[in-house]
Ligand binder design. Structure first.
Ligand SMILES: [Zn+2]
Ligand SMILES: [Zn+2]
Length: 348
């Protein structure tokens, strides 16, 4: 059996992940073996690394499991029944292995499928030299997209889905609560979708991230220094934002989002916080605010990802702050936990 290097969660405890030898995966007739060239570290990877209770309950990881679900690479071997791809194709992968049979899948809502194991959580993922994936989940990337930008395809699909769900209209004033990778991504995609002004909020300690927000054409609001609601009201002649993307996943982010949105506006709940938020529901009714939950992405979102990466590549490049070798994956995770940098990309 041929060997490869991989970064895997090996023990059911906080930490407990190692850079180790794995067998190169064998592929079935409908699968593709991909040589991974770049893989991003995501908040979900941190939860798995920390062995967070909610993660264990939701995904029931079987260990050892190769981590990583945001990646791009080249096709190395094709299964005997795979059509439409060639060895050497530049590709990325939808890591959600939806069942394709349930009523949600049949309705195009693969993101909320009843049975959706995920690469890098329950199934061996992309923090490795090679990964085997069913062809259904593999998407070609335009040749001009770098592998690093290609590794942002999963994050970008989340954003494409959120914009679709919230029905962003050209000219809409947008606010984004939170300025992590997801927040900046939403600001970039909102701008590329024709939004008007795009505000991004952050804390005092997020100075560098807010500077990045400004670089991509958004208006940064440092919450310690100014009141986001006031600033947006002034800008919109007392109206408020048409659409708010809550990316922080914190109770204060949700409250702030409801403060920033206009009457009849929509708030996209993207951040997956683990703490309960107390909201004044009369505020929803009186002001007819819609809170719209959004999770991951559907097949349709992935079909658009290559084009989106091409058109937004320059701005998306700002999200990637570190490129480090796969063998230093654990250092990357620690950098992320310390909120240093934005998207950290591992290179096998
Ligand atoms: Zn992710
Ligand atoms: Zn399903």
């Amino acid at each position: 059996m041929e060997k490869m290097k991989a970064f895997a969660k090996v023990r059911p405890e906080p930490g407990g992940a190692e850079y180790i030898d794995f067998n190169v995966p064998e592929i079935g007739p409908g699968e593709i073996l991909i040589e991974v060239k770049a893989a991003g570290i995501c908040g979900t990877d941190i939860h798995l690394y920390d062995w967070a209770e909610i993660m264990v309950r939701e995904y029931k990881p079987r260990l050892p499991v190769v981590m990583g679900h945001e990646f791009a690479g080249r096709i190395s071997v094709l299964g005997s029944q795979v059509n439409g791809f060639q060895v050497g194709d530049k590709v990325t992968v939808c890591p959600v292995l939806y069942c394709g049979q349930c009523s949600y899948c049949k309705n195009g809502q693969q993101n909320i499928c009843n049975d959706r194991p995920q690469l890098g959580l329950g199934v061996n993922g992309g923090f490795a030299q090679f990964v085997a994936v069913r062809a259904e989940n593999v998407y070609k990337l335009d040749d001009e997209i770098s592998f690093q930008i290609g590794a942002l395809s999963e994050l970008t699909s989340v954003g494409i889905h959120a914009i679709e769900r919230i029905q962003l209209k050209p000219g809409n004033t947008v606010a984004v609560a939170g300025c992590g990778p997801l927040g900046l991504l939403m600001a970039i995609l909102a701008r590329h979708s024709g939004a008007g002004a795009v505000f991004v909020t952050g804390l005092e300690q997020d100075r560098e991230r807010l500077a990045l927000a400004e670089k991509i054409g958004a208006i940064p609001i440092s919450v310690g220094k100014s009141d986001p609601k006031q600033q947006i009201l002034e800008y919109t002649d007392g109206m408020g934002a048409d659409v708010v993307f809550e990316s922080a996943g914190t109770p204060s982010g949700v409250i702030q989002s409801m403060d920033m949105v206009r009457k009849g506006g929509r708030v996209s709940i993207l951040g997956q916080g683990h703490a309960a938020t107390e909201i004044f529901t009369a505020n929803l009714s009186y002001r007819e605010i819609e809170l719209v939950g959004t999770r991951a992405y559907t097949k349709k979102d992935w079909e658009n990802v290559s084009d989106t990466l091409v058109s937004a590549a320059k701005d998306l490049g700002h999200i990637i702050t570190h490129r480090i070798p796969l063998e230093k994956a654990e250092e990357g995770i620690k950098l992320m936990k310390a909120r240093k940098g934005m998207k950290i990309v591992l290179e096998p």
